[in-house]
Ligand binder design. Structure first.
Ligand SMILES: Cc1ncc(COP(=O)(O)O)c(C=O)c1O
Length: 366
């Protein structure tokens, strides 16, 4: 294991991974980061060149670059520029949606477990969380979520694919759900992991924007585009909803360097298919090895996978950290599952070798 970990060690960037899990005292200086669903392949060369050129723009406010990036995103998605709002990461889009559509007299409906940002921002403004457990096969329970919506529901959050389970809502299910939810309720579909999906039953919510002015689709440059540290996300929505989101943003909320990198990334036609193929192949390889071990995993359509560890995951997470491998945090409603972000093949091999030591076959649940 030592050799395998050694071969895969990465230099830890200061302050990295804080969005998904901070690095506690005692964490080794050099670590394998499989905890924040980032992209180990990093940005495209074109994006790096754009970042390298960006100091020239540093003295000026980024209004023109903001406009150009929104234009490029709109062209890419075949919507109007006025339907695009940029955020300092898609986390800021989620925060703006909460600020615009929730308050102390409102509630927010979300799956349990899911990506918690919407719920934590909602807590700050004293909106009430309504958490709907996932189905037995770890998918959003959309009929239950629709039934939970009442006159006080300001927002419903659907993470598709869902973090941490990697499971999908199909295009057909999403359409039926939107037909059921009152038009006064905003439906926020978070498609942070959209580019990794291969299941043909999936369809982006973007195709439903024309019919549903209460729909917001959130996307990010942090995952497939490998720009998590640069911070850029965006929303696509009706013009009216985009205006409401925009009123919650601080002025010039995104930086000139990432705007240039984002446009370069969108123009790089090889980036998405290449990274998807490579990372999905690494996920399939890992899941194949886990299956040979007789371990349970949740079939995932994203760059992470949940693995059953047969007991409390907290000590397992600690043991990995002691070996210089950072893994996903504990999700309280799934306490015996471990979330692993998909890394390079050698990182997956190092993880697997360590797992076989930390949770050997005899301690596993059948
Ligand atoms: C589902 C989901 N949405 C949003 C985010 C936030 O991403 P960012 O703020 O980097 O765009 C994450 C980060 O892990 C995520 O998992």
């Amino acid at each position: 294991v030592g050799a395998a970990v050694g071969a895969a060690l990465l230099e830890r960037a200061p302050g990295s991974s804080l969005a998904e899990g901070s690095l506690p005292p005692g964490t080794p200086e050099r670590v394998i980061q499989l905890n924040a669903n980032e992209n180990p392949l990093g940005p495209s060369e074109a994006a790096v060149r754009a970042i390298e050129a960006s100091p020239r723009a540093a003295a000026r406010y980024p209004d023109a670059a903001d406009d150009a990036a929104r234009e490029a995103i709109a062209r890419h998605l075949r919507i109007h520029k006025d339907q695009v709002q940029l955020g300092c990461g898609s986390s800021q889009i989620l925060q703006m949606a909460d600020a615009a559509f929730l308050g102390p007299d409102k509630n927010v409906v979300a799956a349990e477990p899911t990506f918690e940002a919407v719920l934590s921002y909602a807590a700050v403004i004293h909106a009430r969380p309504v958490k709907i457990p996932l189905t037995a096969d770890f998918r959003h329970d959309l009929p239950a979520m629709a039934a939970a919506c009442d006159a006080r529901t300001g927002l419903v959050y659907i993470c598709n694919p869902n973090n941490p389970t990697g499971t999908l809502v199909s295009g057909q299910e999403l359409g039926a759900f939107l037909d059921r939810v009152p038009p006064s309720t905003i439906v926020l579909v978070d498609e942070a992991y959209h580019h990794f999906v291969e299941d043909p039953a999936y369809a982006s919510a973007l195709g439903l924007l024309d019919r549903h002015p209460n729909l917001i689709v959130a996307r990010t440059f942090s995952k497939i585009y490998g720009l998590a540290g640069m911070r850029l996300g965006f929303s696509a929505a009706s013009r009216a909803v985009t205006e409401q989101l925009s009123s919650q943003a601080s002025w010039d909320n995104v930086n000139a360097a990432v705007l240039a990198a984002a446009v370069a990334s969108l123009n790089d036609e090889r980036l998405v298919p290449e990274r998807r193929a490579l990372l999905n192949e690494n996920r399939r390889w890992l899941c194949g090895e886990l299956k040979k071990d007789g371990r349970r995993t949740i079939p995932s359509e994203a760059n992470f996978v949940m693995i059953h560890v047969g007991g409390d995951v907290a000590p397992v997470i600690r043991s990995f950290r002691e070996r210089g491998i950072l893994v996903g945090r504990k999700f309280p409603s799934m306490p015996d599952w471990l979330r692993i972000s998909i890394g390079k093949r050698e990182e997956m091999a190092a993880f697997l070798a360590a797992l076989r030591e930390i949770v050997p076959a005899r301690e596993r649940a059948a």
